[in-house]
Design a protein around this ligand. Sequence first.
Ligand code: ATP
Ligand code: MG
Length: 424
Amino acid sequence: MTPHPDRAREAAIHILCRLREAGHTAFLAGGCVRDELLGLTPKDYDIATDATPHMVRSYFPRTQEVGAAFGVVLVHVDSCTIEVATFRSDGPYSDRRRPDAVIFSDARSDALRRDFTINALFLDPLAESPEARVIDYVHGVDDLRARVVRAVGNPHARLAEDHLRALRAVRLSARLGFELEDATAEAIRLHARELAGVSRERIGDELRRMLTHPSRAVAAWTLQYLGLDAPALNDRANLNAPVRLGRIGDDTRYATALAAWLFDRTGGEIGTGESAETISRWRQSLCLTNEETTLFRGIVTDWRTLRREWWNLGVARQKRLSVRKEFLEALRILGTTEPEEFVRIRRRVEELRATPSGLAPAALVSGDDLVQWGYLPSPGFKVVLESVYDAQLEDRVRTAAEAAAFVQELASNPGVGLVRQKGH
Ligand code: ATP
Ligand code: MG
């Protein structure tokens, strides 16, 4: 469980005080400063200090080294975990992921190695005067006021060090509703293709965070107009407006958002082969989990059924479909652009629910029953059980006795393939 933010803030201040007592400089740093100054609740609190990791570990009883080479120590206080990082400047990034070496340094250099000006502020919550509270080496406060995301230093050079920053810029600007500063946006557009060199896990994590946030449509649109969609998805560039994505509602699963975006990009028309191919490509490009992929695939399949076949399906198939979560997600997406059809289908589902058997009654016959009645287990079981259940869903069979009679009749047809055990 995540501790209450006030507790985390108290824990961070406790750590700051201890570091100060030991004669160090220490500030709140990064995302928590940005969020506090915007009046938002920070997700977590990070501290930057001139104490080395070794020193940090000696001041606190419960610590954990996560990246001593990068100067990062986790300090546990009560139920809170605070990241304490030594001021550093980063060496060159030869693998485009992590600097080859870090040099412990001072607050200014630490600000200058950070990605965006609004992420490069320090805050001293213990300062006596309000003016002394914020330590700003990069005009980050001005950018917070102007609501812009601007690279620290030369945007081309900063992207060349780590192309993931392009996605971080998009996510940050979408989430906060900030503009991307022109030169930063231009550099991102110019170097968009180079995103392909970044690890798929990192790209996937950024996309997951963008698409599960209510600002997902702004993020998707920004990715598209900056030319980042193609390298991120390993797909063709696309400039369709993400209309469905924008209307899907705040609380939306990742797989549903991916499906909505896919339909936006294809105008809702997507053939079986094409969709299978696209889904497996997105799966690889974004490192989707098996669970995400299965749901994504199911939503796309049910979407096609909904749009092309729903009104021609019999009662049993409509009922079977309408209890699937994939169907409900596909229907939600349909509702974003075809509200009338959405209402018609919902009404039909309510009609089905009101039938005597309802949408998903407990099966009257099981495989065990068939064995008990003397049939040898065979592939014919599945056919029979599905036929009985269909009959149940269509209210042609309503009681156990009717179901047994139905099975007997089916069994008398040799084509069904039910074989009786000897002696029965
Ligand atoms: P979030 O609310 O998403 O956690 P955050 O700004 O705290 O936002 P983190 O990924 O937790 O983001 O990173 C903490 C800080 O580390 C950032 O605010 C930024 O100063 C710095 N940082 C993170 N990733 C990079 C990067 N790729 N390049 C440069 N600086 C980075
Ligand atoms: Mg953070």
